[in-house]
Design a protein around this ligand. Structure first.
Ligand code: PMV
Length: 332
């Protein structure tokens, strides 16, 4: 018997100023602020049914039931909703991505944003900030995918307590600064090191960890100012600088996400720039390179990147909307 059902749709986001590193003390609070673009063109659809006839919560992702550590964050999220709302039922979760899962394409961001929205029964009227806080506890980048356009997540409190509240918020709507993100997919396989593990190892072992935590907020403020001024080239330069600083810090701790295609794509972005096309790269916790260009340069950049050795395919995305409840027929 089903005691409530909702389907939510959410999109991944790509961070322009990166979140990397957590505050000590639990609760999944980021150590640095971040700013991202929510992407249209890549989609997660998640259905949650609260069922009194199901003995335990169940999570099925892309047709496969998740067990053990793989299911832990989703189970913690639905468990939190159950205890906050006093629900006497189990969650039956079914989720589908239309892009590679857990490969550095930010499937956790769209996945947990969609799960948070679908898990809270619609009659409860939680506002978006509360959904964002719920999603953040599973994956901090997911807090940003609850909102559309250009979205910011502040760093957590210096001494964070588990129950402190922290939600993302929109800095500017999708149309604020027209741009195209060309996602250069450099492998179809899942990534070897999860972002949580990569961050933990970086913060514990990188000689540059303190420098990153000191530098990232400054870079973030400059990027936010450039975005509000609609200065595309400055935003691109700072986004590339943020990604390179984050990966340099991680590299120094032996945390490497890149493959040969990553370097080839970076070189192609450099060549585009040398040739007069403003193109800027950013890289998340995976080997793919996401290239920011103006809409009028997208076709040319796509041609060059698509012909780059090691780039298997290019997905084109633009700034899109935040998470929303689906209408009938849009489910997974
Ligand atoms: O929220 P997580 O655990 O998926 O970590 C995201 C980390 C990066 O994608 C590399 C950066 C970011 O701000 O999204």
């Amino acid at each position: 018997m089903s005691t409530g059902e909702a389907v939510a749709i959410a999109h991944p986001n790509v961070a322009l100023s990166k979140y990397w590193g957590k505050r000590d003390g639990g609760g999944n609070f980021p150590a640095v602020p971040s700013l991202s673009i929510t992407l249209a063109g890549l989609t997660t659809r998640t259905r949650v049914r609260w069922r009194s006839d199901l003995p335990n919560d169940r999570v099925v992702l892309d047709g496969r039931e998740l067990r053990g550590p793989e299911a832990a964050r989703a189970l913690a999220l639905v468990g939190r909703v159950r205890s906050e709302l006093g629900l006497g039922a189990s969650a039956d979760v079914e989720s589908l991505n239309d892009f590679p899962t857990a490969s550095g394409l930010a499937s956790s961001a769209s996945g947990f944003a969609a799960l948070a929205l679908a898990a809270v029964p619609s009659g409860c009227d939680w506002e978006a900030a509360r959904i964002s806080d719920l999603a953040r506890r599973a994956s901090a980048s997911a807090a940003r995918s609850v909102f559309g356009g250009f979205v910011e997540l502040e760093a957590g409190p210096r001494v964070a307590r588990e129950d402190d509240f922290l939600a993302a918020s929109q800095v500017a709507p999708p149309a604020h600064m027209p741009l195209v993100v060309l996602v250069c997919v450099t492998t179809e396989g899942p990534k070897a090191v999860s972002s949580t593990d990569g961050m933990r190892r970086t913060m514990a072992n990188s000689p540059y960890a303190a420098a990153w935590v000191d530098h990232a907020p400054r870079l973030h403020r400059h990027l936010r100012d450039a975005l509000l001024a609609r200065d595309f080239e400055r935003v691109g330069e700072l986004a590339e600088a943020s990604a390179l600083a984050m990966h340099a810090c991680a590299f120094a701790a032996g945390v490497t996400y890149w493959n040969a295609g990553t370097l080839e794509a970076l070189a192609a972005v450099g060549a585009l720039r040398a040739d007069g096309t403003p193109a800027f790269a950013t890289i998340d916790a995976g080997p793919h390179v996401k290239v920011l260009v103006r809409p009028e340069d997208a076709a040319r950049a796509r041609e060059v990147l698509g012909a780059t050795p090691g780039v298997q395919r290019v997905i084109e995305a633009t700034a899109g909307e935040g998470a929303r409840l689906a209408s009938a027929g849009e489910g997974p």
